[in-house]
Design a protein around this ligand. Structure first.
Ligand SMILES: [Fe+2]
Length: 204
């Protein structure tokens, strides 16, 4: 396939996948079970590695920190936003929520997800106490589902850059009440409002 054909095939596969995901959400709502069904659809998409070549979706140059986030598709109004995130090994985020549902699967590379629960009662909006609930390695064939209130941190612990598909119920740049959580100090802070625009355009 030449580059134009790959791009067209990717667009068609993404559109068909998101069609099915819209149908799942419409039929079942947002539950752990419906997110698992959405993850199954995304895993099938991510398994088609030829649609997401590393040449078209590189991570930041020279091993730099941060992510290149490529918007693949979103509905009008920002619903059902699907991105490809490319990160170098050695990145991590602080624990954070999303305020919308999220499902992440891997085309390539490993990202360790730590999922936390609140050990406090949430009554103080500026303070938290987190307890590690589980660790999930997102890698080819494995993904993670997060409900709007779930808290996770990511750690790119693998040897190669990640190319991961991130699907959100609502586009990240439209979310204005996300929180970051500092497990050391217990501080609750606004999370990364300024880094929520897609940062890169697919190289083909
Ligand atoms: Fe996240």
């Amino acid at each position: 396939m030449n580059a134009t054909d790959v791009s067209a095939a990717r667009a068609a596969a993404v559109a068909a996948t998101v069609d099915r995901i819209r149908g799942i959400e419409a039929a079942e709502g947002v539950t752990r079970a419906s997110l698992a069904a959405i993850r199954a659809e995304l895993l099938k998409l991510a398994a088609q590695e030829h649609l997401f070549p590393s040449a078209n979706f590189p991570p930041p140059p020279n091993g730099e920190k941060g992510s290149n986030r490529y918007l693949l598709q979103e509905d009008q109004g920002g619903r059902f936003a699907l991105y490809l995130n490319a990160l170098n090994p050695g990145n991590e985020t602080k624990p954070h929520d999303h305020t919308t549902w999220a499902v992440v699967v891997a085309v390539d590379g490993q990202e360790l997800n730590k999922v936390y629960e609140r050990a406090d009662d949430g009554s103080d909006p500026a303070r938290c106490e987190l307890r590690l609930r589980e660790e999930v390695m997102v890698e080819p064939g494995r993904g993670i589902c997060l409900m709007p209130e779930d808290i996770h941190s990511i750690h790119t612990t693998g040897k190669v850059p990640t190319r991961h598909l991130h699907m959100y119920g609502l586009a990240l740049e439209r979310l204005d009440d996300r929180k970051g959580y500092d497990p050391e100090t217990g501080a609750v802070v606004p999370y990364n409002r300024n880094f929520m625009k897609p940062t890169a355009t697919a190289k083909g």
